[in-house]
Design a protein around this ligand. Structure first.
Ligand code: SF4
Ligand code: SF4
Length: 284
């Protein structure tokens, strides 16, 4: 079993509890105009359109497949801008065994592994196989297995993933269906249902909500978030603030979410009875 992987972070302290190896899988089922990593949305179809865009000659075709030479790449990202489907020619194909080897090599420094994206569940079969293998490996005993997801996966998918998963970090992009469709291109019903499924299974580690000025910073959205969180029961709730890092296109003109607005929303949530509300630790 293999996955298309856009990036591996050997150590991260911001993708779940403790120090974690993070796998960013390629491919997403949302089309968010405000995406911070738009080149992770598509999965490469080896069309070759990005090859002439590379000034370093780091790209070519081999046996009909895109071939990337990391030794020549200066990370200018011109190939990403040339891709018509928001994919990347610089992804790598990793097997379950490849990831297990990386985990074993870094085991003394790790508390767990997190699968992020793109959208982790787009390659759900790989996540299921990897997490089952991590759980069965005595050398990796004690490592926790987390997923960072937009929740756009049905109940049958979670039935397979949750038994091998220790914690889910789930993004709710908006409560108003029309706003959610504008921000993601998709309906929010699956994401809301996923939060309920994961919470009922005791696997919802954190609910996340991205505050975007003019879209999700209204009193109506924050009150809907409070109602939803309180309906789940005890839940750790993290507010994130929209920023411009990595964003392309018209969404770069959207205003950044100011700290005062996030703090006001946090106060409103706490006043409504949501006890664990986390705000961004760093403002750039
Ligand atoms: S990021 Fe690397 S592969 Fe892509 S165009 Fe620039 S040099 Fe070439
Ligand atoms: S990264 Fe995009 S442009 Fe390059 S070969 Fe793949 S699909 Fe084509």
């Amino acid at each position: 079993m293999r996955a298309s992987v856009s990036k591996v972070l050997r150590w991260s302290a911001v993708d779940g509890p403790g120090n974690r190896l993070v796998l960013f899988l390629q491919g997403c089922n949302f089309a968010c105009p405000g995406c911070h990593n738009p080149h992770t949305i598509g999965i490469c179809n080896d069309c070759g359109d990005c090859i002439p865009a590379c000034p370093q000659g780091a790209l070519g075709l081999a046996d009909g497949k895109i071939a990337f030479n990391p030794n020549l790449c200066d990370q200018c990202d011109l190939c990403l801008r040339a891709c018509p489907i928001s994919a990347s020619p610089m992804t790598e194909s990793l097997s379950v065994a490849d990831v297990l080897a990386q985990l074993r090599a870094n085991r003394p420094f790790l508390n767990g592994i997190t699968i992020s994206g793109g959208e982790a569940t787009v390659q759900a079969k790989f996540v299921e196989a990897l997490f089952a293998a991590v759980g069965a490996d005595p050398a990796l005993a004690g490592l926790t297995r987390f997923i960072d997801s937009n929740g756009h996966l049905g109940p049958l998918g979670w039935q397979r993933l949750l038994p091998v998963t220790d914690g889910l970090m789930l993004d709710i992009k908006a409560f108003d269906p029309a706003t959610h469709a504008t921000l993601t291109g998709r309906d929010n019903a699956k994401s809301l249902a996923s939060a309920r499924i994961a919470h009922a299974a005791g696997k919802l580690y954190e609910l996340r909500f991205l505050m975007v000025p003019g879209f999700t910073d209204s009193a109506a959205e924050i009150d809907a978030l409070a109602t939803f969180a309180l309906g789940l029961g005890q839940v750790r709730l993290k507010l994130n603030a929209y920023q411009h890092h990595g964003v392309q296109g018209a969404a770069r003109n959207w205003p950044k979410m100011p700290r005062a607005g996030v703090e006001a929303a946090a106060a409103r949530l706490r006043a409504a009875g949501v006890s664990e509300v986390i705000t961004p630790a760093v403002w750039l």
